[in-house]
Design a protein around this ligand. Structure first.
Ligand code: GTP
Ligand code: ZN
Length: 197
């Protein structure tokens, strides 16, 4: 059984092109998730894809603490340029701990903790995300294999584990700045992200 149900689709015009927006409901939690897609995803050619975890601060509020907003925009631009691909916008704010806990974590980081230490001080694992829903959203859209835009090896492993083949990884390094330098270094050093520098 699928962990999500496909609810509705509609057009979503953006500065880079017109996407199809498909809304999903997660059965276990009632949470809503969104896919933005372009072109025919059901053919055999691997689909350019991004699995984007919600980051209200970076995606909508222009935060420079992380790289999320920059990655979101770059991924949509790349998909639009190819006129084929899919971005999953998954409501796993703060790597699954939620917005308010992320603000608690940021407070600890303001006092010197890194992102992993802050999560642990709050009693959470460094990364609580479960990618089952992502694989099920892709399957519901008819996607069989991916060219996945990510620096996170756990996303690749999870897709393969849940039956979606990753034919290629495409690095997505965007928006490095003075405020997120330490955050990116911690991702590379403690979370295994494949980042240069
Ligand atoms: N708990 C916590 N979550 C954060 C923090 N900074 C960003 N996030 C969340 O991290 C998620 C994005 O994860 P990242 O580790 O930046 O990147 P990724 O998705 O694992 O990997 P990429 O595919 O390479 O982008 C979003 O849900 C953000 O809200 C933080 O300091 N603490
Ligand atoms: Zn972010």
């Amino acid at each position: 059984m699928s962990s999500v149900s496909l609810v509705a689709s509609a057009q979503l015009p953006t500065p880079w092109g017109v996407f199809t927006m498909t809304g999903f409901k997660e059965e276990a939690t009632g949470k809503d998730h969104v896919a933005l897609s372009m072109g025919d995803l059901t053919t055999d050619a691997p689909v350019l894809a991004r699995i984007h975890s919600e980051c209200l601060t970076g995606d909508a509020l222009f935060s420079l603490r992380c790289d999320c907003g920059f990655q979101l925009q770059a991924a949509l631009q790349r998909i639009a340029k190819e006129e084929r691909g899919v971005l999953l916008y998954v409501r796993q704010e703060g790597r699954g701990i939620g917005l308010l806990n992320k603000i608690h974590a940021y407070h600890l980081q303001d006092q010197g903790a890194d992102t992993v230490e802050a999560n642990e001080a709050l009693g959470f694992a460094p990364d609580l995300r479960d990618y089952t829903i992502c694989a099920d959203m892709l399957k519901a859209l008819g996607v069989k294999s991916l060219r996945l835009m990510t620096n996170n090896p756990r996303k690749i492993k999870a897709m393969e584990q849940f039956g979606v083949h990753v034919a290629e990884r495409i690095p997505l390094e965007e928006g490095r700045n003075a405020y997120n330098e330490f955050y990116l270094a911690t991702k590379a050093g403690k979370l295994g992200h494949m980042l240069h520098d």
